[in-house]
Design a protein around this ligand. Sequence first.
Ligand code: UTP
Length: 271
Amino acid sequence: MIKQAIIPLAGLGTRLLPLTSVFAKELLPINGKPGIEYILDECIEAGIKEVIFIISKKKEMIKNYFYNDIFYKKIIKKKKDQRIIKEYKKILKYKKMIKFVYQNKPLGTGDAVLKTKKFIKDKFFLMLLPDDLIIKKNCSKSMISIHKRYKSSVIASMNVNRKTVSRWGIFKLNKKLDKRNYLINDVIEKPSVIVAPSNKAVIGRYILPKKIFSKLSKQKPGKGGEIHITDAIQSLIYENHKFIAHTFSGKYLDCGSMNGYIKSTLEIAKS
Ligand code: UTP
């Protein structure tokens, strides 16, 4: 069973400047609710019991959001407002399941994942990238059932317009398992249209094996000088570890870019 999830939150969020110059992007409201709460709700509904947040000193405000008990207690005592009481109870529920680890230099997603090494208990765990919201169908829940069925690692996938492949990580497909699931041979970071092996892109939900930590601890920086999780995934695939690309059926919202962030709010408001 997959009971633990990790969420890397230590990036700089430069694409959302100036909103992120003093504010953590994951706390920015999307239709009146911080983005990170959508991600936590997805985890809870998928049966996750513990979530590990990878934050940095610069993003301590994320921890403070869940640890502001004295303030809440004072306000609730004074106002007895039912809405605030309900929201506080929800925060307490989240707080109980979150652990924090630190990555003070943003050396890449792979380096962020490595920080969680000593906390992962089971053979597999879930990773969610908080910029990628998936609404209407719980993607993590579907991936967990695929993992159970095929006993393998799983990565969320979405068909993208061929012209845009150079913006994404793209899967090289192996065998089709069923309508929504393919075994993969490789993941290629931002290929040109000519060399792209498919139009199936990587989206930020991964079921990863604990084995990935030994790869990450030896891994050299890749593109842009960062330690990428995809490079460690490639090494595992080359050693015959099974990875499945799962084409999810929910709706993808990119909250990491300014345009996408604005659109997400509108999209959630009308859904
Ligand atoms: P991105 O590179 O897409 O986002 O990382 P970013 O760095 O936060 O924002 P931009 O690109 O400057 O606008 C994907 C996810 O991985 C986390 C980020 O917080 C984001 O959730 N991340 C990235 C880390 O935790 N550590 C890193 O070293 C890099």
